[in-house]
Write a protein that binds this ligand. Structure first.
Ligand code: PEP
Ligand code: MN
Length: 278
């Protein structure tokens, strides 16, 4: 009788753990693929793309509301309205939401609307932002994606993590998104060696952003495949229902057909490690 009770207790515990794992970005035995547009442009756009993400069986959608653009004349994002749309979309489709937080003043506001806080490459060394994100993530249980600064070393990147975690425990996932080299053909140079190096130096999960690294949609698929081969825990990829009309980074966004192809290839690679896509 007691044995039975213990078994039931264990079952409940494991179920809780599964629920917890599902809320986290990285889950044992799975490759997490986060997909979505560079920027949220309108309700119709994010609604259509969320439908695509859901149809492919994925669980996480990305979408920028506050966009840190290199040029002040480029589209800067829908800001607060974008957060509202993303939050509504997450509920409508049962998707977890990921968006970038660009300054310390808006961290609390962003955390009210999304599940995962992303820190972009331009802000990896913004220590005030890192500390604030760490504090808010700890208080709210949100996960954090920390992108590598495009001119930062792996050591600097790992120290930046500690600014986030020193406020308390939270899930921090590193994201390699390309570094600046002398090669101008691709937007940046994807440093895939960062994956095994991070695995060697830390216990942190690491995902790859092939989109911002290569900057051209046809190159995103082979680099996604390579990311899994080298041991990445997941991907964050820009997709769009109409890339040619995108207000931001359309040239690197996968259309629906390319998204399907990318996922098929990633699934094939994941199987090699006995993993599934989520
Ligand atoms: C993004 O993911 O929307 C983005 C701006 O990426 P990065 O910070 O890597 O340039
Ligand atoms: Mn982008």
């Amino acid at each position: 009788m007691k044995e039975n009770k213990d078994k039931i207790k264990d079952k409940i515990k494991n179920k809780d753990k599964a629920i917890l794992d599902d809320n986290k970005l990285i889950k044992e035995g799975f490759i997490t693929v986060i997909a979505g547009p560079c920027a949220i442009e309108s309700w119709e756009q994010i609604d259509l793309i969320a439908g695509i993400v859901k149809d492919f069986g994925l669980n996480f959608i990305r979408g920028g509301a506050y966009k840190p653009r290199t040029s002040p004349y480029s589209f800067q994002g829908l800001e607060h309205k974008g957060l509202e749309y993303l939050s509504k979309i997450g509920k409508k489709y049962g998707l977890k939401t990921v968006t970038e937080v660009t300054d310390a003043e808006t961290v609390e506001e962003v955390a009210k609307f999304v599940d995962v806080l992303q820190i972009g490459t331009r802000n990896m060394s913004n220590f005030a932002l890192l500390k604030k994100v760490g504090k808010v993530a700890h208080e709210t249980g949100k996960s954090v994606i920390l992108k590598r600064g495009w001119a930062s070393t792996i050591k600097e990147w790992l120290l930046a993590v500690e600014y986030i975690t020193s406020a308390g425990g939270t899930e921090v996932v590193l994201c390699e998104r390309g570094i600046r080299t002398f090669e101008p053909y691709t937007r940046f140079t994807l440093d895939l060696s960062a994956v095994p190096v991070i695995k060697k130096l830390s216990k942190l999960p690491i995902i790859i952003d092939p989109s911002h690294a290569v900057g051209q949609s046809d190159l995103v698929i082979p680099m996604s495949r390579a990311a899994i081969a080298v041991g990445a825990d997941g991907l964050i990829v820009e997709i769009h229902n109409e890339p040619e009309k995108a207000l931001c980074d359309g040239q690197q966004a996968l259309d629906t057909h390319q998204t399907k192809e990318m996922l098929e290839q990633v699934e094939y690679m994941a199987k090699f490690f006995g993993k599934k896509i989520r």
